[in-house]
Design a protein around this ligand. Structure first.
Ligand code: CAA
Length: 297
């Protein structure tokens, strides 16, 4: 099966990154957002990133214009009726996703491939909200999407081999590398990454190291591009806590339980970079200050 037109629902951090990469690699991309304002904001963000690529000389002016031409936004789900592949990148909320897939089922063409970019919710449960389980799978991109080269391809008990192969070819055409995983909470990356982030918070709480030292240790000691606290702030502390809860619910192992400090930060609205404060204070984005410098954790 050939993919020409791709629908992306949600034009936030992940959805806009996916739309950018999809259009960049020659596909027609339609993004769906809840309001006209959100459509415009999403498209504006993508245009700004494309303009930066042009300024850096990574793409020509003509390429920039052609990519922009392949991108459009709408608030109307019925605009997805001709899409060959539809990717959900809406909020990580089980009810919202199940409702979305129920609404999409009568709209999408019968041989479309249906994919969710969820980081931890059950693909099997979403597929059961549609009438075509064999055509449903997970396509999990990583943030920032234009930079990160991995996509997890999540198969269920029902996903057809042809759908998995078409998805893998598509991922390859986006210049990314697929890995294949079964539908278990967290798939491969978050099953390993989230307990690592939670352990970092636990050793901070028990006084083993400061935020700066733990981050420095993992950057210099393991060549990670970011330490665990900078990374948790980057992912979003609400997202990190929500994924931890889902892992804990599935596996019932204490290592997946979100630590008290993480829950308190989320309750206090300190969600990481996106809210300006998390484990670091981003008032001066060029030089974020760790919260334990104040002595109050
Ligand atoms: N969108 C597009 N491009 C971006 C970007 C963004 N949001 N942020 C950075 N970039 C690009 C920059 O333009 C730059 O490109 P060039 O090399 O062509 O100039 C390049 O990335 C490097 O950026 P910077 O020099 O500004 O900064 P950096 O070297 O510190 O890299 C980083 C920034 C790429 C984010 C790097 O720190 C990194 O790789 N961090 C780890 C990210 C990570 O682990 N992501 C996975 C999170 S887990 C997840 O997503 C799964 C989940 O379900 C929770």
């Amino acid at each position: 099966m050939e993919i020409h037109q791709v629908g992306i629902i949600g034009c936030g951090q992940m959805g806009s990154g996916i739309a950018q990469v999809v259009a960049f690699h020659g596909y027609q991309a339609i993004v769906i957002e809840a309001t006209e304002d959100l459509c415009q904001r999403g498209i504006r963000g993508i245009h700004q990133r494309l303009d930066k690529l042009e300024q850096k000389g990574s793409i020509s002016g003509d390429q920039n214009a052609a990519i922009k031409n392949r991108l459009r936004a709408s608030t109307d789900l019925s605009q997805l009726s001709a899409c060959d592949l539809v990717i959900d990148a809406i909020i990580e909320n089980r009810e919202a996703k199940l409702h979305l897939w129920k609404s999409l089922d009568p709209i999408l063409k019968r041989d479309a491939i249906l994919a969710s970019n969820t980081s931890s919710l059950s693909i099997t449960e979403m597929m059961m909200a549609t009438s075509r389980p064999a055509r449903f799978l997970g396509l999990h991109f990583f943030n920032p999407v234009p930079v990160m080269t991995l996509v997890e391809i999540v198969r269920t008990i029902a996903t057809s081999p042809e759908v998995i192969q078409t998805a893998a070819d598509f991922v390859g055409r986006l210049g990314k590398t697929p890995v294949f995983t079964s539908d278990r909470a967290g798939f491969i990356v978050n099953r390993i990454l989230i307990p690592y982030l939670l352990d970092s918070i636990r050793i901070l709480e028990n006084g083993t190291g400061t935020i700066s030292d733990i981050d420095r240790a993992m950057k210099l000691g393991c060549s990670h591009p970011m330490g665990p606290f900078a990374l948790a702030d980057f992912i979003g502390l609400d997202t990190t806590a929500a994924i931890a809860e889902i892992l804990f619910e599935e596996f019932r192992e204490p290592r997946f339980a979100p630590p008290g400090l993480l829950k308190r930060l989320v309750t206090a609205g300190r969600l990481g970079r996106k809210s300006g404060k998390g484990f670091y204070d981003y008032s001066d984005p060029a030089s974020p200050k760790p919260m334990d410098e104040s002595g109050r954790i």
